[in-house]
Every structure is written in structure tokens, then in C-alpha cells.
Design a binder for this molecule. Structure first.
Ligand code: 5AD
Ligand code: SF4
Length: 341
């Protein structure tokens, strides 16, 4: 197994069968080697991003997600521009220099509204990066958002296999359209993030390997990986959650494939195990994304059950993650944390 890990570190790619072996291995050296790769580029520093969940309205009906349109149990909300700017203020004072505006696909947010919001954030915080995570939009729309100052865009591809994509989404959604969006975003000049859930229903190791090859081709700046976690009010409520070990192995492999990748230890990872995010960082992750959303709205933004930090205020969340990272020898820093190409 060591020889295979060394080969991946050297060549940054493996064959399909070799990837499968590594994904399911139980070899501490994989994580050690991933940490080493990450230390060479980013040292022991962890970037923080302040997550602002600004709308939980969504026109889609993804089978895995608690915010899906058909879930009538969720009280829907939109934060006002002032509320969003307040989140930024709190975040800025706590040392955040990236704000991630995340929401469902909410048709209320026209380009005009978003451009106005971006301009106000960028005027107030010119030293901060803004990441958007608001789903599929047209090329023109993405261009308008980029021109208004958005720096990065997260759009998980969810799975690189069209048939598997079809098992996770209603038939009007397609992998082709997701890929088109990702390629538009890259062409426009965003630092782009893709990603997927580990253990989503119907996923096999072959699918994960397909995701690794897809990521190799796309060359994103970021990859968001977390375990699938069932949500009671979705068609997947009887499904198993994704495996912790497989998730951290996937992170370690990605780090070795691309030492400069921005790789978050996700909230979902922290939600399936109390030290999930630490284990993610110890497998090569270098980003954490604490929540800056108002405490009152957090319980309305549940993509899955048992999400952590739904009661924490931002200062507490920030202190907690500081302590957790220090305890394993890492240090959270105040910086935009751009991708080093
Ligand atoms: N479990 C884990 N992750 C989920 N997401 C949505 N629903 C779930 C779930 N039940 C992830 C998807 C989406 C991102 C915003 O959150 O990958 O792209
Ligand atoms: Fe909407 Fe995103 Fe949830 Fe799908 S995953 S239902 S697009 S919020």
C-alpha cells in the first residue's frame, strides 16, 4: 500500500483499480503523506470562510436535501441586505476575510438584486473575497456576478456519472447542465469549487473514482467533500449515512492528487463524528467554514439531520474551531486564503 501512496504523491494520478484500493485502505501513511503534501504548500495554516445562509427557498427537489421544494415542514426565509451586511460585520470583526453566500436556487434573487448586494459588500470590505454558492444560472448571469466582484463560486457536481446523477435528482435536472455551469464559471474567471457527497444512495467505489477523474480534468480551485447524511423529510430518509473513514480517505487522495487544492473539512464531516473536522484536517483538508448566519435562521437551513452548530453564535463557533485546530497543531489565520495556482 505504501508504494501505491508514494506513486500517487509522485504522479498525482493512479489507475481505476489502484484508486479503489486506496479508497478502502486502512493505512495511516495515506493521511501522513497527504498532510506532508499540504504542509509544503499551505504549512499548518487553516483558512476560515464565514458561511452566510441567506435564503432557504429552493425551486429544486433534489432527493437528498432537506431544503427541497416539496418539504413543506421548513419555514422559509430570506435575509435582508442589512441582515447579510450585519453577518459580514460580525465576521469581519472575528477575522473572516472570505464570506460565502450560500442559498437554495431561489428565483427571487435576480442579477440586479445580487449585483447590488455584491457591490455593497465589496465597497464595505474591499479586502475580502466573496464566494457564491447559489446553484445553476446562465452564463450571462454568472458574468454579471463576477463583474460585480464575486471571486469564487461553489457548485458541487454531486456525481460525475449521469445515471447516478439521475438517481439523486428529478429527471428535469442533468449532469450535462451542471457541467456546463462549471465550465462557464471557469471560463469567466471564478475560482471554482465542485464536489460531492460520500455515500450518497446508489454510490459505488467506481463512482467515487469517476469523481476523482472528473476533478482531475476540471482542475477546480476547491473541492467540497462531505458524507451524505439522511434527512427525515426527504425520499432518502431510510438511507445510511456516508462512512467517515471513506470520506477522509477521499480527502487524503485529493490532497495528493492536487497539493494546492482548497479542501474544506466540511460541516457534514463534523456532524457524523465529534472530531470529524479534525480528522479531515489530519487527512489534508485546509479550510473550515463556520457559520455566520443569524442564530434564529440556522434551524431553518438543515440540508440533513443532526447538523452541528445550529445553536452557536459566531464568536463561540469561531473560538471552538480555533481550539479544535490548535489542539491538533494547526492555526487558523485571518486571510482571504486564495488558491495558489
Ligand atoms: N447530506 C450531506 N450533504 C448534503 N447536501 C445536500 N443535502 C445533503 C445531505 N443530506 C450537500 C450537497 C449540496 C451542498 C450544498 O450540500 O452536496 O451541493
Ligand atoms: Fe435546492 Fe441545493 Fe438542496 Fe438541491 S441541494 S434542493 S438545489 S438547496
Amino acid at each position: 500500500m505504501r508504494a501505491l501512496i508514494d506513486k500517487l504523491a509522485k504522479e498525482q494520478i493512479l489507475t481505476k483499480d489502484e484508486f479503489k484500493k486506496l479508497l478502502s485502505c486502512n493505512e495511516p501513511y495515506l493521511h501522513e503523506r497527504a498532510r506532508e503534501a499540504r504542509h509544503q504548500v499551505y504549512g499548518k495554516q487553516i483558512f476560515i470562510r464565514g458561511l452566510i445562509e441567506f435564503t432557504n427557498h429552493c425551486k429544486h427537489n433534489c432527493y437528498y436535501c432537506g431544503l427541497r421544494r416539496d418539504n413543506a415542514q421548513v419555514p422559509r426565509y430570506r435575509l435582508s441586505e442589512e441582515q447579510i451586511l450585519n453577518c459580514c460585520r460580525t465576521g469581519y470583526d472575528l477575522g473572516f476575510r472570505t464570506f460565502v453566500l450560500q442559498g437554495g436556487e431561489d428565483p427571487y434573487y435576480t442579477d440586479d438584486i445580487l449585483v447590488g448586494l455584491l457591490c455593497r459588500i465589496k465597497e464595505t470590505y474591499p479586502d475580502c473575497a466573496v464566494t457564491l454558492s447559489i446553484g445553476e444560472r446562465s452564463y450571462e448571469s454568472y458574468k454579471n456576478l463576477f463583474d460585480a466582484g464575486a471571486d469564487r463560486y461553489l457548485l458541487r457536481h454531486e456525481t460525475a456519472d449521469a445515471a447516478h446523477y439521475g438517481m439523486l435528482h428529478p429527471s428535469y435536472m442533468s449532469l450535462e447542465s451542471r457541467k456546463q455551469s462549471l465550465s462557464d464559471l471557469k471560463e469567466i474567471g471564478f475560482q471554482v469549487g465542485c464536489g460531492f457527497m460520500v455515500g450518497s444512495p446508489g454510490q459505488t467505489l467506481d463512482h467515487i473514482v469517476g469523481d476523482l477523474f472528473f476533478i482531475k480534468d476540471l482542475e477546480p480551485a476547491m473541492v467540497g467533500i462531505g458524507p451524505f447524511i439522511p434527512h427525515a423529510a426527504t425520499p432518502f430518509n431510510q438511507e445510511q449515512a456516508g462512512d467517515l473513514h471513506l470520506t477522509v480517505n477521499t480527502l487524503a487522495i485529493l490532497r495528493l492528487m492536487k497539493p494546492n487544492l482548497l479542501l474544506p473539512a466540511t460541516t457534514a464531516l463534523g456532524s457524523i463524528h465529534k472530531e470529524g473536522r479534525e480528522l479531515g484536517v489530519l487527512a489534508g483538508a485546509n479550510v473550515v467554514m463556520p457559520n455566520l448566519s443569524p442564530t434564529e435562521t440556522r434551524k431553518k437551513y438543515l440540508l440533513y439531520d443532526n447538523k452541528i452548530s445550529t445553536d452557536d453564535d459566531p464568536r463561540y463557533a469561531r473560538d471552538l474551531i480555533d481550539q479544535k485546530m490548535q489542539a491538533i497543531g494547526y492555526e487558523i489565520i485571518t486571510a482571504r486564503g486564495d488558491y495558489i495556482a
